[in-house]
Ligand binder design. Sequence first.
Ligand SMILES: *[C@@H]1O[C@H](CO)[C@@H](O)[C@H](O)[C@H]1NC(C)=O
Ligand SMILES: *[C@@H]1O[C@H](CO)[C@@H](O)[C@H](O)[C@H]1NC(C)=O
Length: 401
Amino acid sequence: MGILSRSSASRKPNETMRLIVTTFFGVVLGFFIGVSFPALSLTKLNIPSNFLPAPVQLSYSDETSSGLSTQINEWSSAKINDSSSKQDQHINDPTKIWVTSNPKGAERLPPGIVEATSDFYPRRLWGNPSEDLTSHPKYLVTFTVGYDQKKNIDTAVKKFSENFTILLFHYDGRTTEWDEFEWSHRAIHVSVRKQTKWWYAKRFLHPDIVAPYDYIFIWDEDLGVEHFNAEEYIKLVRKHGLEISQPGLEPNKGLTWQMTKRRGDREVHKDTTEKPGWCTDPHLPPCAAFVEIMAPVFSRDAWRCVWHMIQNDLVHGWGLDFALRKCVEPAHEKIGVVDSQWILHQTVPSLGSQGESYNGKAPWQGVRERCRKEWTMFQSRFSNAEKKYFKSQGVDPSIAH
Ligand SMILES: *[C@@H]1O[C@H](CO)[C@@H](O)[C@H](O)[C@H]1NC(C)=O
Ligand SMILES: *[C@@H]1O[C@H](CO)[C@@H](O)[C@H](O)[C@H]1NC(C)=O
């Protein structure tokens, strides 16, 4: 402190003058540099990367740097965590991006960069991305499989042309074994042990992920496809305007609903007669607006709705078949069975053997009991949700349909 004051006191007047002049010119020069290079990139970043052959150079224009300051402002005001106040802040400042038509949560992005949907198209690791894909399959077929069913699945997969993306959900953890089949190299394999078809569907078939596909097949592994042609099936589904469908089932041993039984005399049917007293309304399940959950086929739009209806914890999907009609309107016209492309249900109790002994009961018994329980739970959740909704709208739930 003493040294400083002493030196300033002993400074000669002309020295002080020189200091002032230098400072002045320094400021003026700085001002002109600033004015003449407004777009001078201050935030030019060099990111050397071990992954890439050359350093990636990201240069930000001055617009981006104002974006950067936006973010800094927000960090400093992070305590204001009310989203509407953030939104107001953006609407009032045209230099900040806020696009309400963007997907929720992505409002800060310029729409041109937003990719709201994806696909299952494998890509190359090299070359020009625009030349990666030699085809864009329009249909998706998924099978939930165990390796023991390989013969059946091999036969089934071969019924689907190159216009289909093949996706296998493996419940037994065996995936590489499938590589003995040529098609397996092109298929998508998802392996999670001991889960059900609807568990996989909820987790891996989000509507935004399967968005490029016109139709989505969500099939069991025990279907006989000898009399089934996938391309023909799609043609019929389009022709008859079926949003949710299944191939007719060849009546064989075991219980089947009348609705899903194959009829030999037509392409498609949308209703049936059941045993007396089973149908309260000819337009309602199980007489119409109904397919089973073993081999359903959904249009893109129908699947978007059905996906939302699948409960995360009700993994067996029992009761879904009766509720599918809530997703299309009018359901008795848009849900149907394709008779001329039909399948056999071979009823292999594959998932039952994946259960565990519980309370001294056989694994299959435990699974069966859970299926029934889930059915009841799903039904009551659905009807409670409907009641709650209609009540909130001031509508008497008993008159709503
Ligand atoms: C942010 O919002 C949540 C939910 O509205 C609230 O629970 C939380 O306390 C808020 N945090 C701050 C820091 O205000
Ligand atoms: C695949 O789709 C294209 C275009 O719709 C069609 O022309 C072709 O016949 C289909 N492939 C097969 C094997 O049916």
